[in-house]
Design a protein around this ligand. Structure first.
Ligand code: ATP
Ligand code: MG
Length: 454
């Protein structure tokens, strides 16, 4: 993409010739003949560079410069002065001009200034990219001083250089994906793709073609060839999340791919060889599924070559302080770490953490967001309410006599909301809720018999 550049110059000949030169230099050039028009174009196009004459009709160069700096201080402005007025030049640099030129000037002089700008921009964007990379690296660090976590990090280092299949077991939010990514990053496959596939989010009927790909016309709706997850992860790592949800009838196919390191597209007949390291994750004990015959034993042993168990957070509470500090840094609030008190830590230690590390991270984010005037309000860490809130919006379920009664109270609320949004028109409310009008009418008769509706 070309860099946008705006020339503001009232002398027609100078404007034209500058425009031609810079066009040849590869810029996308806009031009204006007075300050007002210049600012208008600036606001519409947001050019990266503006070259403006100092003496202009309507607004002068200094006024234009100030306006530009207040809109986009990163814009590089070059001022052109007709006579060497050192005062004005210095003034313009103070306001934020990048450089100035004294008339008459050679095109080479201008071009050399523009080259400097280009180099500067490259350095700035390189810097931003590096910073970004460091940030992502940091957020992949596995934090923990408890024995199981120390052992886990050790295991990761030990197995990073072989291609054995790994099965990660842990409750929700314990860091299974984080560990899988760390394994990938520590392996020689680190610069190849890391692809995640969550079995529970793919409908059973599509799983096979999503994993192994399909040929055009393999089934109704297969309008073109589709490359599956395995092939996309080629040379890298495939992270299969929720492997316990893997349907029994497709398990045999997965076993074959793992054993033979080759696959066949759905609707195809050619073997495609693949080189993929497989890491699986499960929230439940897969062995139990094997025992009750909903998971193939042979596949289980294939996947479980190296088992990694991540214990729930409540069994390693000594990790909490370090994790809390880590999340303050991760969410760019290191300056607030000092606001943490013993009282806060005691609260965090006494909680059971059903949502594990993810829940702790959420709480830390709330602490950061809700810390005002130099302190963290301890009531922010109202953990019991927080836990219920995840499921029931903070409601006390014991207030309802039955499941049916609870559902009805929710239905009533939703219907009241829809009707009030639609000025009590049943037809419109039914459309809003996307249910038949007759259904809504009978629900209203049952749940809100006294309500006047249209
Ligand atoms: N030991 C740890 N050190 C630092 N951050 C962690 C740790 N464990 C988990 N996290 C962070 O907690 C969050 C949840 O982790 P992750 O997504 O890996 O969990 P998960 O086990 O895959 O959860 P789910 O079962 O719900 O998919 C992420 O933001 C992750 O970076
Ligand atoms: Mg996960």
């Amino acid at each position: 993409m070309k860099t946008k550049l705006l020339i503001i110059e009232d002398e027609k000949i100078t404007r034209r010739s500058l425009s031609d030169i810079l066009d040849t230099e590869g810029y996308q050039v806009f031009s204006a003949e007075d300050g007002e028009e210049g600012l208008k174009i600036f606001k519409e196009e947001n050019p990266a560079i503006v070259i403006t004459d100092l003496r202009l009709p309507k607004l002068n160069g200094i006024e234009v410069l100030s306006a530009i700096m207040s809109v986009n201080p990163a814009c590089k402005v070059i001022l052109i002065t007709a006579f060497a007025s050192v005062d004005t030049a210095i003034q313009s640099l103070k306001i934020g001009a990048y450089d100035y030129l004294t008339k008459p000037f050679s095109p080479e002089k201008l071009i050399s200034i523009l080259r400097n700008i280009k180099q500067l921009n490259e350095i700035i964007s390189e810097n931003a990219e590096l910073k970004n990379r460091i940030d992502t690296l940091e957020s992949k660090t596995i934090i923990g001083i408890s024995d199981p976590m120390k052992k886990l990090v050790q295991t990761i280092n030990q197995i990073s250089h072989n291609d054995s299949t790994v099965l990660i077991e842990g409750e929700s939010g314990t860091g299974k994906e984080l560990v899988a990514r760390a394994l990938h990053k520590a392996s020689s496959r680190r610069s190849e793709p890391f692809i995640t596939v969550s079995v529970s989010s793919i409908p059973e009927s599509l799983l096979e073609s999503e994993l192994f790909g399909h040929e055009k016309g393999a089934f109704t709706g297969a309008i073109k060839q589709h490359i599956g997850y395995f092939e996309r992860a080629n040379k890298g790592t495939l992270f299969i999340d929720d492997i316990d949800d893997f349907p029994l009838n497709v398990q045999i196919k997965l076993l074959r791919v793992i054993q033979e390191r080759e696959l066949t597209h759905v609707g195809g007949n050619q073997n495609v060889s693949i080189d993929v390291r497989i890491i699986c994750a499960t929230k439940i004990d897969l062995k139990k599924k094997v025992e009750n015959k909903s998971f193939r034993e042979d596949l289980y042993y294939r996947l479980n070559i190296i088992p990694i168990k991540i214990p729930p957070l409540r069994e390693r509470k000594e990790d909490i302080p370090l994790l809390v500090e880590h999340f303050f840094r991760k969410h760019r609030a290191e300056d607030k770490i000092m606001l943490l008190t013993n009282e806060i830590f005691a609260k965090l230690q006494s909680y059971q953490w059903p949502g594990n590390v993810r829940e702790l991270e959420n709480i830390v984010e709330r602490m950061i967001a809700l810390s005002f005037s130099g302190q963290i309000d301890v009531s922010v860490i109202d953990l019991d309410r927080h836990a219920k809130g995840n499921l029931l919006g903070g409601e006390d379920l014991s207030a309802f006599r039955s499941f049916e009664e609870y559902i009805q109270s929710k239905e009533t609320l939703i219907i009241e909301w829809a009707l009030s949004r639609c000025s009590n028109s049943v037809t419109d409310a039914a459309k809003l809720l996307n249910i038949p009008r007759t259904t809504l009418t009978s629900k209203i008769a049952r749940l809100l018999p006294r309500l006047q509706v249209k």
